[in-house]
Design a protein around this ligand. Sequence first.
Ligand code: PEP
Length: 250
Amino acid sequence: MNTLFAANWKMHKTRAEANQTARDLVRLVSALPAGREALLIPPFTAIDATLHGLGGASGFQVGAQDFYPAAHGAFTGEVSPAMLLDAGARWALTGHSERRHVIGESDAFVGQKTAFGLAQGLGVILCVGETMEERKAGQLKDVLIRQMEQGLQNVPQDISPERLCLAYEPVWAIGTGLVAGPEEILEAHALVRRLLEGILGSGARSVRILYGGSVKPDNASEIIALDNVEGVLVGGASLKADDFSRIVLA
Ligand code: PEP
C-alpha cells in the first residue's frame, strides 16, 4: 500500500489560501514518487477550493478534519459523512488530540464516529496517543489499548485495510517541536500493530499506521523509514507548500 502523507491544516486558511497552497504543492511536487500518496485536510469551508487547486493531480486527495456520527438531523453546527463525500472529501480524521483534549470528545464518541464514517463510505484516520503525564506514569500501553479498543469498536473485521488508517500521535509532540525518538516510535507503532490485529484480526495487517507529531522536512525521511510507519500526519509543517512538498519528497 502507498505511503500516505497527510496534511492537517487545522483552523487555518481561507478558500483563496487553500486553493493557492494546493496549486503550489502540485507545482512543487510535480509528480509524486512511486508508492506515495498525499492527502490535504483543510477546514470544511475550503474543501472545494482545495480540490480545485489540486486540479485532479494524480495521487492527491482531500479529506476533512471531523464529522458528526449521524446521517442528518438536529445537530447544529455539525456535518455528516455524506455531506463531506458530496463536497469531495474522501477521508476524515477521528480522535485527533485537539478534539479529545480541547473539545472534550470521549473514547466512546470517537469510536461511534470511526464506525459510522467508515459505514458511510469515508476513509477514516483514527488518531491515538498519550499525554506526557500518561507517558511519565508508564501508561502508554494502557492508553493505546483504551483508545483503540473503544475507537475501533463496531468497525467490522472485514473492513478494507485501504479505508482505515491509525495515526500514532503522542500529544506531547503535537505542535511542540518535540519529536518522538526512533525507539519511541518503533515501540508505539509495534504496539498499535499488535492491537490492530488483536481487535480486527489478521486482515488488519496492512492497515497503515501514520506517525504524527512535529514532522518536518528534515526529520521526515528518517521517520518514514522506520518499521510499521506507513505515513505521516503533519500539522504545522504542512501549512506551507514549500515545507510540505519537501516532506512528501523526502
Ligand atoms: C497534527 O496536528 O496532527 C500534528 C501532528 O501537528 P504538528 O505536525 O504541528 O505537530
